[in-house]
Design a protein around this ligand. Structure first.
Ligand SMILES: Nc1ncnc2c1ncn2[C@@H]1O[C@H](COP(=O)(O)OP(=O)(O)OP(=O)(O)O)[C@@H](O)[C@H]1O
Length: 235
């Protein structure tokens, strides 16, 4: 069987003396979409930061492509196939769209990279010479997704990519996420639009006060469990 692209095995982690994640375990299979949901402060961003190497576990293991990654630095994890798109994007704001795309790939791929990205993300084709920082938030987000697409990672983790965007733009972002998924890239999505995330997801991880309260298929998810996690009420 192929190893999960990302796996947490009993991970406990936090900031300084503050423990945020407690005994978190889940796995993302290659080419699948996982939605990580939970109330504000439940620890979702901390999971992504721990996966990317910005936060180190105090116990448990983070594995990327079947190899223990606890001691691997963020740039090494990127080489191992893990790509994080943080809240607030990840584009070079002072460079053009074209240069943002070209810089994402090694020199010998630069010629084809722009065409490849524009084919998958046509919106960028109309703006290829525009300075990234002058584009709208949604367009910049699309550029960040296109950059991720070009680096051909095995998994892209996304933190609230639709934050603050108009609904029509959010639709476009979700269409782009489908493009990534259909290219065989696994996704780990932290998203405030719960229903949209569920529509895309194969698996759901529910976070509740730093622990998982549900890890399983999206279709088996009990609505009462979801309500409990978000609202702290028993339905
Ligand atoms: N740098 C930090 N130092 C100390 N505590 C932090 C730090 N960042 C986050 N925390 C704490 O960790 C807990 C989990 O935060 P985290 O951002 O992971 O949650 P979240 O589920 O992503 O929430 P939200 O949906 O509000 O972004 C919170 O109690 C938060 O205050």
């Amino acid at each position: 069987m192929t190893a999960p692209v990302l796996e947490f095995a009993g991970v406990t982690a936090g900031y300084g003396r503050t423990t945020v994640l407690r005994d978190v375990s889940f796995a993302v299979a290659p080419g699948t979409v996982t939605a990580m949901l939970g109330a504000n402060g439940a620890g979702k961003t901390t999971v992504l930061r721990t996966a990317s190497g910005l936060v180190r576990p105090t116990s448990g293991e983070v594995r990327i492509a079947g190899t223990v990654a606890n001691r691997r630095a963020p740039n090494q994890r990127a080489k191992d196939g893990f790509c994080l798109i943080p809240e607030g994007r990840g584009v070079f704001r002072s460079l053009s769209v074209r240069d943002n795309l070209r810089l994402q790939v090694p020199p010998w791929r630069r010629g084809e990279a722009v065409d490849e990205a524009v084919e998958a993300f046509p919106v960028l084709g109309e703006r290829i010479t525009q300075i990234a920082g002058t584009m709208s938030g949604g367009q910049q987000q699309m550029l960040a997704l296109a950059r991720a697409y070009l680096s051909k990672p095995s998994i892209v983790a996304l933190d609230e990519v639709s934050m603050g965007l108009a609904p029509k733009i959010v639709d476009e972002i979700f269409a782009s996420l489908r493009t990534l998924a259909s290219a065989g890239i696994a996704l780990l999505i932290v998203e405030q639009y719960v229903q949209r995330a569920l529509d895309l997801a194969d698996q759901v991880v529910l976070m509740d006060h730093g622990s998982t309260s549900y890890v399983g298929s999206a279709s088996d998810l009990d609505e009462a469990e979801l309500m409990r996690t978000y609202l702290g009420v028993s339905a």
